[in-house]
Design a binder for this molecule. Structure first.
Ligand code: GAL
Length: 411
């Protein structure tokens, strides 16, 4: 695959939406989320004649509640293979061919559900209802204050991270594997009840993973609430193109098609500013190795994130639902290369600063600090509290719809 990332144009997409008004009423206490149905049967997918692609289903593990978690192996006709499970829609293994055609698992994760239940860096997960942080777990819609239980406190400052302690990454989703000729995938669906993790409204959600013969992993997110509520869905897969638990990602070369970013405070909450990256260690508008500037002394933003952990703003975001390129990642040694295309206006580049050797992966090897990176397409963090960010509020009955593609290849 060729890097079709061309010269970057400037052009700030600034959207202005209505401000949150002062709180008047308290939202009722969050309801207890009922159990999601447990999928147990093995659904066989009819293989397409003469196709190298296939989908197979098998038992993965039991979770701590004794529920069965299933695994779906998507074997792409182009060589990429992924194992995904219906617990959080997690990608547990991602086999990517290198420039010599040798495949290696290039994602972080665990062999069992217990790993995901005890250590939780959101490896490979669908994230909902709200990707990244909401300051103090509070927001106001139409004068009503909603209080989300907080589950994270960088810098000692509490917030709601990735949809809360029992976010969509911990749900057992209904799953329907499918094959259409050389294209394979899984459709995940779930219902998030009114009050789930403190959020208003019931939400019907559908996340479709498709693996194409061109080695594109497409993720289509759909969600329909029955009350006005914020929604911001993403995928939290961690990549290491050297292979799982094979050192750090500091030698990977990253391009971000983003000429601006949203700086954060000590709690990793956006300050509300949208600032140019030019002249800072955050300028990835041309390719740079991640390790080159990650430890720049005196850079307050890198200090807060303990490295890169920031939302970048696409220079040329999607128009009319067309995908726009957000990023490219390249590892010279293996030749593995990836582009990220999306309908979202932002992308969180997180270089694994919370990873430690206490996390032991699938090969029984400890992960390293910065042993994987995530490129999470999204609306900006804390948007419900940031009037100058694009709005994440979805109206009752409105269909929230976004698409992201991870396009794999070699160079
Ligand atoms: C990222 C977030 C990081 C960290 C990580 C999970 O999306 O930006 O700050 O919370 O998820 O460990």
């Amino acid at each position: 695959m060729k890097n079709i990332y061309g010269a970057l144009c400037c052009g700030l997409a600034l959207f202005t939406f209505g401000c949150a008004t002062a709180p008047e009423t308290e939202a009722p206490a969050p309801a207890e989320a009922p159990e999601t149905p447990v999928v147990q049967e093995v659904q066989e997918v009819q293989p397409a004649p003469n196709s190298k692609a296939s989908v197979t289903t098998k038992f993965f593990a039991k979770n701590k509640l004794g529920q069965t978690v299933m695994q779906y192996t998507l074997k792409g006709a182009g060589g990429v293979v992924m194992d995904v499970i219906n617990y959080g829609g997690k990608v547990v293994r991602l086999y990517l061919p290198d420039k010599n055609g040798e495949s290696k698992d290039c994602t972080l994760g665990f062999n069992d559900v217990a790993g995901y239940e005890t250590v939780d860096p959101y490896f490979g997960s669908i994230i909902g209802r709200y990707g990244n942080r909401i300051a103090n777990g509070l927001f106001v819609i139409d004068g009503v204050t909603y209080r989300l239980p907080t589950n994270n406190e960088p810098g000692g400052i509490p917030c709601c991270l990735h949809g809360g302690a029992a976010g969509w990454d911990t749900k057992i989703w209904n799953a329907e594997p499918f094959q259409n000729g050389d294209t394979v995938g899984v459709v995940f669906t779930t219902t998030s009840p009114d009050g789930d993790q403190g959020f208003p409204g019931k939400v019907e959600a559908k996340v479709t993973y498709t693996l194409t013969p061109e080695n594109v992993w497409r993720i289509e997110y759909e969600a329909v609430p029955d009350k006005k509520t914020p929604i911001n869905l993403t995928q939290h897969i961690y990549f290491n193109f050297n292979g799982e638990a094979e050192g750090t990602i500091l030698d990977h070369e990253l391009t971000l098609c983003c000429d601006k970013m949203t700086p954060v405070d000590a709690g990793l909450i956006p300050t509300g500013e949208i600032t140019p990256v030019a002249g800072t260690p955050f300028d990835f508008t041309t390719p740079h190795k991640i390790g080159e500037r990650v430890d720049t002394k005196g850079d307050k933003q890198l200090e807060y994130g303990n490295g890169y952990d920031h939302n970048f703003v696409l220079t040329n975001p999607s128009k009319n639902g067309e995908l726009a390129q957000a990023a490219a990642l390249y590892d010279e040694k293996s030749g593995r290369y990836m582009e990220v295309w999306t309908t979202e206006p932002g992308i969180q580049f997180y270089c694994g600063n919370f990873l430690t050797d206490k996390m032991v992966g699938k090969q029984g090897k400890a992960y390293q600090f910065r042993g994987g990176l995530a490129l999470e397409t999204q609306h900006y963090p804390d948007s419900p509290n940031q009037p100058n960010f694009p709005s994440t509020i979805v109206e009752p009955g409105q269909v929230y719809k976004t698409t992201t593609e991870y396009r794999f290849g070699t160079k």
